[in-house]
Write a protein that binds this ligand. Structure first.
Ligand code: NAD
Ligand code: UDP
Ligand code: UDP
Length: 312
């Protein structure tokens, strides 16, 4: 296989570090760019001595001049706790980051993939969500810096494609979990696992009837690389996620069972604009990428629990 020079923005984060690892395994040169806001050097410590790996501390809201063949644009805090910490910076990262990376792709004629999100569907009125659904997002709510930033980034990708003939790929990622999730980012999977391992109460927001579908990180990275390598002219957007839907209460019960914890479930107020349900329709990914997830929640949770044992 021919070695490519690949830029991964947000490469020191949860998904980015797994992606860098996999791209190196495939024989590529990887330039990991990250401002280390939510990502850590620990996530990529095992890659730093690799001869085909390079780390650069850089904020994507500023221009970047490097020579590359492909760009995976993942830079952006992904959890509400972190993206709401400095919401203006979150929008800047999505929008100005996209402009800079698209400008870079235009100059270098690189293929470019955007890590978009199921949050572009907002609190969806149709279920499961298909790519043609335009979403229901509150433009002035506390999630808007993330949701609208990501929506605008998609607009920029498609305009650069139409206006400058860029080779783009847009991926809408649904809830993903696995080792190297940030332990303090308040995501439901990491929260429940850490609470269960510590024997603390499991904090369900609302009644736990809201649903999510959880994709294990290895499945997600397979889908991401398949999309990048899909035929020219297929731009997406394409949903990548696990269509198997669980209520948050079911997730809590499963985590308690797998950790054999004595933790009790407690109920707390639901955060503002919290989507009631979310489930990807992955018909398009199956058709165009021959991709579907293979790792069951139980198996993926067990691997994630092993990882978090070092944090408690
Ligand atoms: P993460 O927070 O672990 O990774 C994001 C990385 O981007 C971090 O390393 C962070 O330091 C870096 N970053 C943030 N702002 C930056 C900036 N201005 N310049 C350079 N680097 C910057 O989150 P993740 O879960 O790995 O998410 C990666 C991407 O996937 C994000 O774009 C996110 O929106 C998207 N996504 C993730 C999920 C999920 O379930 N994990 C779901 C939907 C979409
Ligand atoms: N850019 C960059 N690296 C490059 C080329 C461009 O970071 O190799 C940035 C540049 O700062 C510019 C943005 O990408 O603001 C958009 O570039 P484009 O060529 O589309 O627009 P223009 O330069 O005309 O603003
Ligand atoms: N949630 C919960 N307890 C927690 C953390 C989250 O009940 O300790 C709920 C949250 O309200 C949401 C769901 O779990 O309904 C998924 O939350 P997460 O932040 O992981 O992802 P997102 O809302 O972005 O899908």
């Amino acid at each position: 296989m021919q070695s490519k020079k690949i830029l991964v923005t947000g490469g020191a984060g949860f998904l980015g570090s797994h992606l860098c690892e996999r791209l190196l395994e495939h024989g590529n040169e990887v330039l990991c760019v990250d401002n280390l806001f939510t990502g850590t050097k620990a996530n990529i410590a095992h890659l730093l001595s690799h001869p085909r790996f390079e780390f650069m501390r850089h904020d994507v809201t500023f221009p970047l001049y490097v020579e590359i063949d492909e760009i995976y644009n993942l830079a952006c805090p992904a959890s509400p706790v972190h993206y709401q910490f400095d919401p203006v910076q979150t929008t800047k990262t999505s929008v100005m980051g996209a402009i800079n990376m698209l400008g870079l792709a235009k100059r270098t004629k690189a293929k470019i993939l955007q890590a978009s999100t199921s949050e572009v569907y907002g609190d969806p009125e149709i279920h499961p969500q298909i790519e043609s659904y335009r979403g229901s997002v509150n433009p002035i709510g506390i999630r808007a810096c993330y949701d609208e930033g990501k929506r605008c980034a998609e607009t920029l990708f498609f305009d650069y494609q139409r206006q400058h003939n860029l080779n783009i790929k847009v991926m809408r990622i649904f809830n993903t979990y696995g080792p190297r999730m940030h332990p303090n980012d308040g995501r439901v999977v990491s929260n429940f696992i850490i609470q269960a391992l510590k024997g603390e109460d499991i904090s369900i927001y609302g009644e736990g009837k809201q649903t999510r579908s959880f994709c294990y990180v290895d499945d997600l990275i397979n889908g991401m690389i398949k999309l990048m390598n899909s035929p020219d002219g297929f731009y997406g957007p394409v949903n990548i996620g696990n269509p198997k839907e669980f209520t948050i209460l079911e997730l809590a019960q499963l985590v308690i069972e797998l950790t054999q914890s004595k933790s009790k479930i407690t109920f707390h107020p639901l955060p503002e604009d919290d989507p009631k349900q979310r489930q990807p329709d992955i018909t398009l990914a199956k058709q165009e990428l021959q991709w579907q997830p293979t790792i069951e929640l139980k198996e993926g949770l067990s691997k994630t629990i092993e990882y978090f044992k070092d944090f408690v």
